[in-house]
Ligand binder design. Structure first.
Ligand code: MLT
Length: 201
């Protein structure tokens, strides 16, 4: 069981929200509702606390991940999402995961460890969580990435690496490289909304 908020929607789709370091399950709800105000919302708090700041897995230093924690928490989170789908009665194939920063990293980790874990994904400022990747089937999974060319947190080249990785696993990927740092911009939230709605026309 993970701390979370679930709100029942009315269009049969589900948005799964994964916050950044120091955030919580309340943070991204306005973004989820902005993108699809009729979807169910499952917003989850990371299991790990770094000096009181919630995260989805431990790190040893800035940008240096504790791989044991990453693998363990990736499994915990995905198990929790599957249990939630069962308990709340939503279909995993009709989900869009939206992750920011640390939340985007664990969403990516799930997509590197499991076949088609979500319907679609919107990743804000993702990094490469796992380098030695097996092939995972992501056919018909749509992924929209938003990365910042001035981002000091994400190593250079990570967004392009992820795009190539996802594409080699047959996902459809859109990478928006914007001239901005790690913080989200209003404009990219609009672009994310447009991208999401275009999936269903
Ligand atoms: C991470 O630790 O996942 C990344 O550095 C992003 C973040 O600080 O949350």
């Amino acid at each position: 069981m993970m701390k979370h908020i679930y709100e029942q929607g009315k269009n049969g789709k589900t948005i799964i929200l994964l916050h950044g370091t120091g955030g919580n399950e309340y943070d991204l709800i306005p973004i989820g509702k902005h993108i699809d105000h009729e979807a169910n919302i499952l917003s989850i708090r990371g299991n790990v606390s770094e000096y009181g700041m919630p995260r989805f897995f431990k790190r040893l230093a800035m940008g240096v991940f504790d791989m044991e924690s990453l693998f363990e928490e990736t499994e915990n989170l995905y198990e929790f999402i599957k249990t939630s789908a069962n308990d709340y009665g939503f279909s995993l194939s009709d989900t869009t995961v939206i992750g920011y920063s640390n939340g985007a990293n664990i969403a990516t980790s799930i997509m590197m460890m499991y076949e088609k874990p979500f319907g679609h994904a919107i990743l804000f400022r993702p990094m490469v969580p796992i380098r030695e990747n097996e092939h995972k089937n992501l056919k018909n999974v749509d992924i929209c990435m938003f990365s910042g060319s001035l981002d000091q947190t994400v190593p250079k080249g990570d967004p392009e690496y992820l795009k190539a990785y996802f594409e080699s696993n047959e996902a459809r990927v859109t990478l928006h490289m914007i001239e901005h740092g790690h913080q989200l911009t209003r404009e990219e939230l609009e672009d994310a909304k447009v991208w999401y709605h275009a999936l269903y026309v």
